[in-house]
Design a protein around this ligand. Structure first.
Ligand code: BDR
Ligand code: CA
Length: 313
């Protein structure tokens, strides 16, 4: 069982990533869900995380609040994509759970001490503010982190919040820089791959036809989510960005990429948050990231479907 912490800003695609991880309970042990401000403010992302835990029947997974704002900049949110609540498309309730008093940052540091020997993996699905704070405040955690697998960046595909930048990196580029320079093993799932995992009708139909509450709610979330990309870019469906992080852990063999150097632009206003990928090794900069650029589409959706349908709720 791989021990993971999911750092997230739900978001409909974050919700599907959480559900996929919970459905993979024989392979992944979710130690906790740590929340960050991103798609919507922190007050909403943390309540949304609770809602998804409950929807998935995972009442005991602790949920923590982290950073309400990026390290140095004003928070930028994405209600234009995710709706006002971040989980528009459903009206999920949250009854039994409370957010932990410990901060997300302290929780990650505590876990890194507790699981020093078997190590933890951090799945980062939002801006990297919490993770950067952990690394900055306690550099020794790098010894206990097996890998950081993150959704963020884009190179061949360009950006989705500016022409040059992907949303998660754009929101907190200084944090992304700290993470990429930490020396921890990094695997990056950028837009170059997530734009290949567009939700299609038959996937939504299978979720609905299962008759299971969690799967039906997942389909409602995705129905709302995909309208943005379909209207704006004319794409065939919404890109299931964040579940790629979880599916990568479950079956890395369906992905391909390259170990390369990635640097983050933090100075230019025009290209703020751009992930500058040295794909062709044209510099002498040291490789620091396993940069994924392809995935087997059918296998990806089969895994997400199987895991979501494996939930008991
Ligand atoms: C990323 O930004 C958010 O809107 C999504 O949840 C995903 O993590 C895609 O750019
Ligand atoms: Ca996200």
């Amino acid at each position: 069982m791989r021990k993971i912490i999911i750092d997230t800003d739900p978001g409909q695609d974050d919700a599907l990533a959480l559900m996929t991880a919970f459905g993979a309970r024989d392979q992944l042990c979710v130690l906790g869900v740590t929340c960050v401000a991103g798609n919507v403010p922190l007050e909403l992302t943390s309540v949304n995380a609770l809602k998804i835990c409950e929807l998935s029947g995972f009442f005991d997974v602790p949920v923590f609040k982290g950073s309400p704002a990026p390290l140095k900049r004003k928070l930028i949110t994405a209600e234009h994509v995710h709706g006002k609540t971040g989980l528009d498309g459903t009206e999920l309730s949250v009854e039994r759970k409370e957010i932990e008093i410990t901060s997300a940052i302290d929780f990650i540091i505590e876990c890194s001490e507790r699981y020093k020997d078997d190590k933890i993996t951090i799945c980062a699905l939002g801006p990297l503010t919490n993770i950067a704070k952990v690394l900055r405040e306690n550099p020794r955690v790098t010894e206990s982190i097996e890998e950081i697998v993150l959704m963020g960046g884009g190179f061949f595909e360009g950006g989705n919040i500016t022409p040059a930048a992907e949303f998660n990196i754009y929101v907190d580029p200084e944090a992304a820089k700290i993470v990429l320079e930490s020396g921890v093993k990094i695997t990056m799932l950028p837009l170059d791959v997530t734009h290949k995992t567009l939700v299609q009708r038959d996937f939504l139909e299978k979720l609905r036809k299962s008759g299971k509450n969690s799967a039906i709610e997942a389909a409602k979330l995705l129905d709302f989510f995909e309208r943005y990309d379909m209207e704006k870019y004319g794409s065939k469906g919404g890109p299931l960005h964040d579940p790629n992080v979880i599916v990568y852990l479950l079956n890395p063999a369906i992905y391909s990429g390259k170990l390369v150097n990635v640097e983050i632009e933090v100075n230019s206003e025009l290209t703020r948050g751009m992930t500058v990928v040295d794909w062709w090794s044209v510099t002498n900069r040291k490789p620091n990231t396993y940069y994924i650029n392809d995935v087997k589409y059918d296998e990806f959706f089969e895994i997400v479907l199987n895991k979501v349908l494996n939930l008991e709720t």
